[in-house]
Design a protein around this ligand. Sequence first.
Ligand code: FAD
Length: 404
Amino acid sequence: TLNPASMRLVMESVPFLKQHGEKITTVFYQKLFSNHPELLNLFNQTHQKQKQQQKALAEMVMSAAMHLQNLEAIAPAITRIAHKHRSLDVKPEQYPIVGENLLAAIKEVLGEKATPEILNAWAEVYSFLADQFIRIETQLAEELLQQPGGWTGFREFVIDKKEKESDVITSFYLVPKDGKAICSFQPGQYISVKMDIPGEKITHIRQYSLSDSPSKPYYRISVKREDGNDQFPAGIVSTFLHNRIHEGDSLMISAPAGDFVLQEKENRPVVLISGGVGLTPLVSMLNTLAERRHDVPVTFIHAALNSRVHAMKDHLRNLAEQHDNIRYFVCYEQPSDEDRRLKNFDKEGYLDLDWLRSLIPSPEADFYFCGPVPFMKVVKSLLGQLGVKDTDMHYEIFGSAIPI
Ligand code: FAD
């Protein structure tokens, strides 16, 4: 337990630290990577450049500091991060390294205001929080090892099949190189892929949601190729997967992780809403519901630019045709001439309140959504306006864990 005096000092310092939160985390990462360059391999360096990770860490630290007396209040955020750490194979011995550099950053940014008392109190609180993470992450790893086919760290898988799903999305079917069992997962979970790319100085780790149901003898991921433009370079891992990884090649992956999972409840309708490649975890959920639950009404709403980039469209339409309990709706932002001719979409433009209201019979359902962050912000707000409770909204962010 925490010393009450330290707890008070840390909580009192929060408003001040908050003003400098991102500065502290920026200095922290500079120190961390210069003192421990090997950790560049663990952290997503694109998220660093975009300052996503700095924001996410600053928010987490501040919110933990504010809720020290009631950590339960931020338990969901802690669980989400613990899953990600387990998936990245973060080790307990890496926590003191992070702590040391975080304290050094606080000291540097706060200057004279960082009295020895405040620094000691933060050291104590950091070590308390680190212990919580280590406990949960160890438990998650132990649970995995108890499952048939479970493993920790990274395991070699072979691409059994590579399948184009749209102009920009390709699926990879992964089977273990050792031919042994693979553990099951919950629909909505993801794996981490660890890539050594020729010419790259560091190893890159990226997460990909599993896009098929757990009943299959393979894991499937479906990856969008992030092409570059005038402003930004092409995505490192996604373009390598698309252009250089072929059937028969190997990938190192960690076991399924994540708390964005389908909660199967009696008689509770399910609504799945995706934008672009955000459909991957939702297709896993839909495939699972199609296999197991013919009693639950399921509505799947997908938004894409047009049919050229709309992955798995035949599969989704077939599922809806074959199952009376599944309804499927498509919104194209810019339908092509061919889309107009085929009339293969239900709405043009963006999702809006009237359209969603017409599709969703009642706010009493479990809502799962995933897509680009601006899209998810809109969905969250529209669902709120339809009377959906926050606790019935579940979402996954394809980036650093910053709440939307
Ligand atoms: P990166 O090299 O990481 O670049 C990403 C983007 O940032 C690119 O568009 C690039 O142009 C831009 N960029 C690069 N440098 C800068 C800079 N300096 N400033 C601003 N922007 C820059 N993706 C999928 O395709 N399918 C999935 O199912 C999927 N599931 C995911 C599940 C989870 C839980 C998470 C966290 C992510 C998921 N992702 C998924 C996203 C995936 O992990 C990768 O982020 C994505 O593939 C891009 O990686 P990359 O290496 O190709 O691109």
